[in-house]
Design a binder for this molecule. Sequence first.
Ligand SMILES: NC(=O)c1ccc[n+]([C@@H]2O[C@H](COP(=O)([O-])OP(=O)(O)OC[C@H]3O[C@@H](n4cnc5c(N)ncnc54)[C@H](O)[C@@H]3O)[C@@H](O)[C@H]2O)c1
Length: 237
Amino acid sequence: MRIAIIGYGKLGHEIEKAAIERGHSIELIIDKDNADELDSEHLESVDVAIEFTTPGTAVTNISTCLKSGIPVVSGTTGWLEQWDEMVRLCNEKGGALFYASNYSIGVNILFAVNTQLAEIMNDFPQYRVSMEEIHHVHKLDAPSGTAISLAEQIIEKSPAKKNWSLDTENPDTIRIDAKREGEVNGFHKILYDSEVDTIEISHNAKSRKGFANGAVMAAEFLAGKSGVFGMKDMLKL
Ligand SMILES: NC(=O)c1ccc[n+]([C@@H]2O[C@H](COP(=O)([O-])OP(=O)(O)OC[C@H]3O[C@@H](n4cnc5c(N)ncnc54)[C@H](O)[C@@H]3O)[C@@H](O)[C@H]2O)c1
């Protein structure tokens, strides 16, 4: 496939390597210094765009791709308050949009286990659930998009939980402890604590390669499709 990389930062560079390794070619690279080149004319030369930029620029980038008829895979976190708007635009244009807060296959297995565990734990109210996430100091948003997805999965399965919070600790709230340390690639832990024991499930990303491989696989998955897709569709978990 001919790929456009939008956002040539840490993930953009990894995606370039992963795409070439999987036999694709990179036809267009957009970063903030040439952001004005992201238009239908430049996108004409590509089959799909992969977008990992910033919370403040993702929506414009995704919109431009959809309006230009180019399928887009986005991994940028921190813009989901405009999710419904992007879904509407995608459907209106008959386009294709793939979004995941985390493209790592391991994290998506954690998502599946997290949902099952939350269901089981409903019958054991003596356990208090909380979460911890650790990322590198350059990360702009907190909690991470992955932590929010994990919390939302628990809330969906637990009638007693209504919301998540970074600071308050109420019986109906899941506390997320978001830490920013060194160059940590991504650590997420869900913890159920009782007076007598603790149950923990966690995922630790050893490098960014897992995210990049997943994003390129998502681009391959979008070929010939229209609609809005996520990791559940691709991995059939
Ligand atoms: N979904 C996932 O699996 C996953 C994994 C890791 C990171 N992320 C998210 O991906 C995003 C990027 O992460 P990163 O670590 O590569 O960050 P980064 O800061 O290294 O890279 C972001 C890049 O976007 C560029 N940029 C800024 N404005 C732009 C614009 N208008 N057009 C094009 N490029 C622009 C910046 O110059 C920078 O090079 C973040 O939101 C991060 O949270 C998602």
